[in-house]
Design a protein around this ligand. Structure first.
Ligand code: FAD
Length: 391
């Protein structure tokens, strides 16, 4: 049964339907028992817990956006809470879902033809196919709208892909990777579903990463990779279509950022009640309470903004700038919150067993991926002024 989070100070979860609350309660309890005990050790060893995937794929946290894959009616606010719950336990687990359900599945759902949706969405939803999303390149990150160097050249009924990708989540074990490449004929960005067994495709794990260590990110090289026209996403005709996928996932990264803040806050709050200094739990010292109150303010303001941005998605009024401001705001508040959580834990705040240092490090990746704070700020600035200031 459903018990609201103590950190939901203003009762935002009450906006969910009873069915959504029950589904969320199931996910929360599964995460507590099956996932939470694993995360610090896997983070330490930079290993992905493949063993949890079969049970994970049966949770109502998969394939939730699309009519053909929904297990029950749900709102964007519910899906936001799922991202929060996942990240509250571990940001890497939330990122795995964000890539599989948001970026890879979203690319097929938004840019695929009816036949492509019918073929791939069910497999991505039940986890029988693992997907990745290859946009970023070694020489093109923030400027990927215009700076992609990977090329796609049509030869008869096939396309030949050449280039390289960097930072691609899940790509060390994905079955397919959606590759974004510039068509050498018209110069437009197009998307391709590339089976990772295709000759010429190589993915290499990025080692020694100090944030989101559980997520596996890869460098990918594409050397004369041949894919049939039937695997070109039929409705991806320019970067505008790629951006439509990112708009959907960006708001969920904002929700995940709140989850990271909540996870760190909860660990810090518990610690302040147990840790005795000057003869009293540190929670009774005024300056410690100030940290906790500031953290709660950050969390609450972010949940409020995320709730509204998700409602706008359901209402059909959400624009790029709404998702961009939510992502920039929530990740900035997250960054301050995890730093305060680290601070109230003193030295133990940098020891993995106390959880907070994992949230602290992972926050840095969420802050920069799916559009850095600067890029999202410039998207908002363009909407406010009518002037693009990217270049
Ligand atoms: P750069 O673009 O080189 O930016 C460096 C700095 O310069 C940033 O602070 C940026 O804001 C700033 N900057 C750049 N241009 C401007 C400007 N015009 N004005 C002001 N400031 C500017 N990509 C994928 O395609 N698929 C994935 O699955 C994926 N997963 C990721 C997972 C992780 C853990 C990480 C770290 C990244 C992932 N990425 C993925 C890539 C991610 O989206 C990029 O890292 C991000 O877009 C930033 O690009 P960059 O790292 O190349 O930084």
């Amino acid at each position: 049964s459903f018990t609201p989070l103590a950190s939901d100070f203003y009762g935002f979860e009450a906006k969910l339907t009873e069915t959504e609350r029950e589904a969320l309660a199931g996910i929360r309890s599964w995460l507590e028992t099956d996932v939470k005990p694993l995360v610090n050790d896997h983070w330490d060893r930079a290993e992905f817990p493949h063993e949890i995937l079969p049970a994970f794929h049966r949770q109502p946290a998969f394939g939730m956006q699309w009519d053909e894959t929904k297990s029950f009616e749900n709102s964007a606010v519910y899906r936001g809470w799922v991202a929060l719950e996942l990240a509250r336990v571990d940001a890497s687990i939330a990122t795995y879902v964000g890539v599989q359900n948001g970026l890879a599945l979203g690319a097929v759902a938004v840019c695929g033809s009816a036949e492509q949706r019918a073929e791939w969405l069910p497999k991505l939803t039940d986890g029988s196919v693992i997907g990745a999303f290859g946009l970023t390149e070694p020489l093109s990150g923030s400027d990927s709208a215009q700076g992609l160097r990977t090329t796609a050249t049509r030869e008869g009924d096939e396309w030949v892909l050449n280039g390289s990708k960097r930072w691609i989540g899940n790509a060390t074990f994905s079955d397919i990777t959606v590759i974004w490449a510039k068509d050498t004929a018209d110069g437009q960005v197009k998307g391709f579903i590339v089976p990772t067994s295709t000759p010429g495709y190589t993915a290499t794990k990025i080692e020694r990463k100090q944030a989101l260590r559980i997520v596996q990110n890869a460098d990918i090289t594409l050397e004369n990779v041949r894919v049939p026209e039937s695997l070109r996403l039929q409705n991806a005709n320019s970067f505008r279509d790629t951006a439509a996928v990112l708009r959907l996932t960006r708001a969920e990264v904002a929700w995940a950022a709140v989850g990271v803040a909540v996870g760190a806050y909860e660990a810090a709050l518990a610690y302040t009640q147990e840790r005795i200094q000057f003869g009293a739990p540190i929670a009774s010292h005024q300056l410690v309470q100030q940290h906790l109150a500031e953290m709660m303010g950050n969390i609450t303001a972010s949940v409020a903004l995320c709730t509204r941005v998700s409602e706008m998605l359901d209402e059909g009024t959400q624009k790029d700038e709404h998702a961009a401001l939510a992502k920039a705001f929530a990740t900035t508040r997250m960054r301050e919150t995890v730093a305060r959580a680290r601070e109230v834990m003193g030295g133990n705040g940098i020891v993995l067993d106390y959880d907070v240092t994992r949230f602290f490090n992972d926050a840095e990746a969420l802050y920069s991926y799916e559009g850095t704070r600067e890029m999202n700020t410039l998207i908002v600035g363009r909407a406010l002024t009518g002037k693009a200031a990217f270049v």
